[in-house]
Design a protein. Structure first.
Length: 332
């Protein structure tokens, strides 16, 4: 039997010395305490390489020839000009997405585990470029760099890995019926999914839209917010590098009344997902109904009520309510 005696903050054994945890969590068997990893630093002179529309795994100027500027909100300085997509560009992107999702295409013939591998590969590339993307997100949104690095980018990587794991676990069912019948369900891709995302968590919202759609075998036409298009466009290059077939993901920087409206009204888009204001959400749902009754998913703005019960920890409730209301400048 091992005899033990208890001293301040540790347990000491009279037999083989085991690694012992002190009260502060450090090991007391002679091993040095591990130093905390150094915090990452942003790239101060960041070169923006990708400013064009991404369709069919290629970079395109806008059909109209128009561009728009994106600015650093912390300084007001212009970052660069970006190609402005409108209806003609959306039509081109939808055509590419429709072709990529047709039966017999490379994407549709790909087995489901390979879709998961592509999502994991994209997560690897996001992780590789994490400092660059966090720096770009901070430059384009004005949020603190460490928040971009530890919250936004961490969430992007985890989202991709989560849906990569789901890709080969989406199954239909067989149901017992009369002897002369066979009844089964089979889950198939919806088709072309349109997405319109806001500026508060640009890259994280991008991943929340494309990852589940791609996991299930759909193709995507997505419009990032005109205020924050840069990380989505950089990620387009990573999507191509990861090996996604042409036309599976198409990215169209532009404005709501033009590119966003074209996505919402398009007859060859099968579903639209939108995160933003309630007023615009109403317009999107109306457009979806007036066009082809496409499916709609809406995550709309506004603050939800916070209910605190009488037996709750009031101090903790106040802290969490403040966090929920004001985190990310209240844009959460």
């Amino acid at each position: 039997n091992i005899q033990t005696t208890r001293g301040p903050g540790a347990i000491h054994t009279s037999a083989t010395q085991l690694p012992i945890m002190a009260e502060n969590g450090t090991i007391e068997n002679g091993q040095p305490e591990k130093a905390s990893p150094a915090l990452p630093h942003p790239i101060t002179h960041l070169e923006v390489k990708y400013t064009k529309i991404f369709i069919n795994n290629e970079w395109h100027p806008s059909e109209s020839g128009r561009k728009f500027a994106t600015y650093n909100p912390a300084t007001g300085a212009k970052i660069c000009d970006v190609e402005e997509a409108d209806k003609a560009d959306v039509d081109k992107a939808v055509e590419a997405a429709r072709a990529a999702g047709q039966r017999g295409s490379t994407w549709r013939k790909m087995d489901v585990s390979s879709r998961g591998q592509l999502l994991n590969k994209l997560a690897d590339l996001i992780d590789r470029d994490r400092v660059l993307l966090a720096s770009m997100e901070t430059m384009d949104t004005g949020k603190p760099f460490l928040q971009s690095f530890f919250v936004d980018l961490d969430g992007c990587i985890k989202t991709l890995r989560y849906y990569a794991g789901w890709a080969d676990k989406i199954h239909g069912k067989t149901m017992p019926v009369d002897d002369n019948f066979v009844c089964f369900t089979k889950h198939e891709p919806i088709g072309v999914c349109g997405a319109i995302i806001p500026w508060n968590f640009p890259l994280l919202m991008f991943m929340w839209k494309i990852a589940p759609a791609l996991c299930c075998g759909n193709t995507v036409v997505i419009k990032p917010a005109e205020q924050t298009p840069l990380t989505a466009l950089h990620t387009a290059a990573l999507i191509k590098e990861a090996g996604f077939p042409p036309g599976v993901v198409n990215i169209l920087p532009g404005f709501g009344p033009t590119a966003g409206a074209a996505i919402s009204n398009h007859m060859d888009i099968d579903k639209v997902a939108f995160t933003g204001s309630t007023d615009v959400g109403k317009l999107i749902k109306e457009a979806a109904a007036r066009s082809n009754l496409k499916r709609v998913t809406l995550e709309l703005g506004g603050k939800n009520p916070c209910i605190v019960y009488g037996d709750a920890d009031l101090q903790l409730a106040v802290q969490e309510a403040q966090h929920g209301a004001f985190f990310n400048q209240g844009q959460c």
